[in-house]
Design a protein around this ligand. Structure first.
Ligand SMILES: C[S@@+](CC[C@H](N)C(=O)[O-])C[C@H]1O[C@@H](n2cnc3c(N)ncnc32)[C@H](O)[C@@H]1O
Length: 230
């Protein structure tokens, strides 16, 4: 009997279980290759593609160009990393920065999603990541993560900004008000979805408040911005 015929007769729940098991195996395999890279090495796009497919969260996961930028910076950054909005990017940061001894702090507002990412970190990544449950909180003019500021590093060299979700009051603007004084010259913010009106507005307001150099890269599905503190 061919696989296609077997597949046809397999009941739905069994099919789903088989798919989940297959995806887990793909994830294990790809993560093993990622953590086997020598420290400081940027993974190839092909490996990122495999990770993205195995992670299986199409609607929310950053596209491949953003993942490639996150991986490139994570492999090289000398200092602490802050992530806003967790997911596959958190695994990349843990594997490429955390395992080099660089502190990684990830803020996540959704308890259920935090559980999924936390389980994957435990299963696949040996490096230290502080994946912090940070509900979206009222900061007056905007909402943003309730970050555990007293516990966090005094400086971040890299910020991976792919949250909070775009229906948050003020969008991603709050990052600079809450964390801005922890960004030394040379610190880089990688902003996903940078072509959206709310993110463009945030960048405009950030550059008025602080000296930044902004490099906008148009992508097939939007844009990413590399924003460097001058
Ligand atoms: C754009 S996602 C972050 C994705 C992450 N940077 C990545 O590339 O994997 C922003 C937020 O969406 C939420 N989210 C991610 N996947 C989700 C899912 N499958 N269902 C519901 N919310 C999800 C999480 O709260 C997350 O912090």
């Amino acid at each position: 009997m061919t696989l296609a015929v077997l597949n046809h007769y397999m009941p739905g729940p069994l099919k789903q279980a088989a798919r989940t098991a297959w995806q887990r195996q793909q994830m294990r395999r790809a993560m093993r290759r990622l953590v086997a890279l020598p420290p400081g090495t940027t993974p190839e796009r092909r490996l990122l593609d495999e990770l993205r497919a195995a992670w299986d969260n199409e609607g929310f996961t950053a596209d491949i160009d953003y993942l490639a930028e996150v991986a490139r910076h994570a492999a090289q950054t000398p200092g602490p990393v802050l992530e806003c909005g967790s997911g596959l990017t958190t695994l990349l940061l843990g594997a490429l920065a955390g395992r080099r001894g660089v502190e990684v702090w990830a803020l996540e507002h959704d308890p259920q999603w935090r559980r999924r990412v936390g389980t994957a970190l435990r299963d696949h990544v040996a490096g230290q990541v502080y994946l912090w449950l940070s509900p979206l909180s009222d900061y007056g003019a905007f909402d943003w993560y309730a970050a555990p500021l007293p516990l966090m590093p005094e400086e971040f060299r890299l910020v991976v900004c792919d949250g909070p979700p775009d229906d948050t009051r003020g969008g991603r603007f709050g990052l600079l008000s809450v964390i801005g004084d922890r960004l030394p010259p040379g610190a880089v913010i990688l902003l996903d979805d940078a072509a959206r009106e709310s993110e463009q507005d945030a960048v405009r307001r950030w550059t008025h408040a602080m000296p930044f150099r902004v490099a906008l890269r148009r992508l097939p599905g939007g844009a990413l911005a590399e924003i460097t503190r001058c």
